[in-house]
Design a protein around this ligand. Sequence first.
Ligand code: 8DG
Ligand code: MN
Ligand code: MN
Length: 371
Amino acid sequence: QEGLAPTPMALISQYACKRRTSTDNKNKILTDAFEVLAENYKFSDNKSSCLVFSRAASVLKSLPWTVQSIEATQGLPCLREHTKAVMEEILQFGHSFEVERTLSSERYQTLKLFTSVFGVGPKTAEKWYHRGLRSFRDILAEPSIQLNRMQQSGFLYYGDISRVVTKAEAQALGNIIDEAVRLITSDAVTALTGGFRRGKEYGHDVDFIVTTHEVGKEEFVLRHIIDCFKKQGIVLYCDYQASTFHMSKLPCQSFEAMDYYAKCFLILRLEASQVDGGLTCDEGDNRGWRAVRVDLVSPPMDRYAFALLGWTGSTQFDRDLRRFARFERKMTLDNHTLYDTTKGEFLTARSEEDIFAHLGLEYIEPWQRNA
Ligand code: 8DG
Ligand code: MN
Ligand code: MN
């Protein structure tokens, strides 16, 4: 691979949706460093600087070669002064002083720890940090803190859900869902989405679309699956959100991956016996089961392609699809629709390929969307 001639820079787009990005990242040292700084900016609610570093990382992930000098990055999109300075430090000294400083700062370490709990976002983490709390023990011992149900489960199952989920565990969950669905209809559609659909070996959760060809019945299917899981005694946490979807609300002007479909954020109990090759447990941990985070979303079938594209990600890939649609095509793309502003009409799509075609983009396979 090293011997391959670098892709001509002029061909590398500023839009992630015009690049092919596999899971094989040749610039992990640089992109890990950028992502630390991006996350640190997110903690400070500095969205634009966060985006600068996320975009720079995304461009480097798409390269089929390893950056070994600053000169080699000449002409690459999305690399600003600041990102180049960080890159220069790493290429010259093997590490960046700014990144080291961030990693060793009490603030970064604490916010990283707090946001690793299911149900704790940057806002809550910052609030706790500001109050002088520094550890889980501090939080749990603070009488004035009222944890919500999600956070309580986050702490209760912290050991399990902070550990990665394997592809085999994702497949086992897929089987459990299929089995539950088969009890009510032969008309159901279930699809593994999220990082696993992009070919990742590990994930922090498992994401599924569950729906049916019969438009209007999808919410019923989702409810049935959850009831089925409850009867099996495998539901450790369940946050069900009913659909608020209605065509009259569309197109919405949001850049963020928000949608109105019925969905459910779960923590499920997965038995070792259900997983091919068993669970990946800590040494000496022989409980025979683990807790795992699962997201289910149920779009009506006529919205399927848009929901699949949105839930497959990556977040950066989707963000750039929306940005490309808006600024290059005067179209609005979200998890529900594609709207052509010039024509004043919604464009229909039965598959992801249809959506790329409407946008005048070459089709990018799911495993090439790891931007
Ligand atoms: P990972 O779990 O392996 O860490 O990576 P991932 O699968 O890419 O991330 P994710 O956080 O599970 O999100 C998967 C996709 O789902 C991502 O592109 C964002 C998308 N998504 C939506 N809407 C919503 C939503 O309302 N909530 C959540 N949690 N994710 C959503 O499109
Ligand atoms: Mn996921
Ligand atoms: Mn998810």
